[in-house]
Design a binder for this molecule. Structure first.
Ligand code: PEP
Ligand code: MN
Length: 362
């Protein structure tokens, strides 16, 4: 993909790109007051949902074109850019007609290649910046496919927004972050600006600060955060929006660490510690190879003595012991259980293979 660096089209120095504003434009007054307070707190790009994809019909589905007029009016008074969501060709046409500065594609649209193609076709010949939110489901190829469709339509000011992935489980977050999916996108396309949407990951304003810090620690290029003049009264996503003042506090609290340093002393020390990590990883691999050898021997022995591969009691005892070891060693239990169940699965697979080899020989 041919993608422009963020710094080529947005003048933010070495600061993260910050987009903030209400989930939805509700009234001209709400939008103007929110934008003004955000502007006074240093925000220069305002988000606002103009068309809202809602799960159930009969709820507030956005103001539509009138809100675009409000945005034009506000831009005459405040020196800000506006970002809005587009979900079809008509939205694109109207957004461009009203001079919207940045577009984004919502998670419910990214899942549908027909929708993305329609939007891409409507954008042909324009060079407006477009951000693509991850699809609802954790499918990296679908996310990349949407970015490719826009890129092929000539959009080079392109970026990705990580807003988390739908889950039916009752968990801390409204949407599971699954950070590794966004990091994998960044590994494949290092030049792709990646911004984090902690609001839609969290679903809860109390979690915005820690998610934003995490995104900064993972070297994201920016944040898009929902902010409303009166969050409790918001017409959509009330629980996750923060006031402009709270947003300012969150942003001021963030520690922005550098991913690279020119200091040779720091570089040397990091290199030494990484060498040690490489050694330890090699030891882990050697130990695993050793373990698999024993697994194979046990497999042969089970085969000779007509004993089943899987032994439920043994598995329960093993898991129990390893959970205790994790606790003793101050390792996250769930993490160790995941690793161990992968190792156990691989062992079972090897022994099953040994058994079937016997049968075919017999
Ligand atoms: C939004 O940004 O308000 C929105 C609808 O987000 P998402 O597409 O991530 O659900
Ligand atoms: Mn929202």
């Amino acid at each position: 993909m041919q993608i422009e660096r963020l710094s080529a089209w947005n003048d933010q120095g070495d600061q993260p790109l910050i987009i903030a504003g209400p989930c939805s434009a509700e009234t001209e007054e709400q939008l103007f007051n929110t934008a003004t307070e955000l502007y006074n707190n240093g925000i220069r790009i305002i988000r606002a949902g103009v068309w809202k994809p809602r799960t159930r019909p009969g709820t507030f589905e956005g103001i539509g074109e009138d809100a675009l007029q409000w945005i034009q009016n506000i831009k005459k008074k405040l020196d800000v850019k506006f970002a809005i969501e587009v979900a079809n060709a008509q939205h694109v046409e109207l957004a461009l007609k009203y001079g919207i500065d940045i577009l984004w594609i919502g998670a419910r649209s990214t899942v549908n290649p027909f929708t993305i193609q329609e939007i891409a076709d409507a954008l042909k010949g324009n060079d407006v910046p477009v951000f693509v939110k991850n699809p609802l489901n954790p499918d990296l190829a679908l996310w990349i496919g949407a970015l490719e469709r826009l890129n092929q339509a000539g959009i080079t000011k392109l970026g990705a927004i990580h807003r988390g992935f739908s889950t039916s489980k009752k968990v801390k977050y409204r949407n599971l972050p699954q950070w590794q999916i966004a990091l994998e996108l960044k590994r494949k396309y290092p030049e792709m600006p990646m911004i984090c949407d902690p609001s839609h990951i969290a679903g809860d304003r109390e979690l915005i600060q820690s998610l934003s810090q995490k995104a900064m620690d993972l070297v994201y290029d920016g944040l898009i955060i929902e902010s409303h003049i009166n969050p409790a009264e918001a017409w959509s996503d009330a629980a996750q929006q923060v006031t402009p003042a709270a947003l300012k506090e969150i942003l001021e609290s963030l520690v922005i660490r550098k991913s690279n340093t020119d200091n040779p002393e720091v570089q040397n020390h990091l290199a030494e510690m990484r060498e040690r990590i490489d050694e330890i990883d090699r030891e882990i691999f050697d130990t695993l190879a050793e373990r698999m050898k024993i697994v194979d021997q046990i497999g042969e022995y089970k085969k000779d003595n007509k004993v089943t591969v899987f032994q439920v009691n043994r598995y329960k005892e093993m898991m129990q012991a390893r959970t205790e070891w994790a606790e003793d060693l101050n390792l996250n239990q769930e993490f160790m259980e995941n690793i161990f169940s992968l190792i156990h699965d691989a062992a079972i697979r090897r022994q099953t293979l040994i058994m079937s080899e016997t049968e075919s020989k017999a």
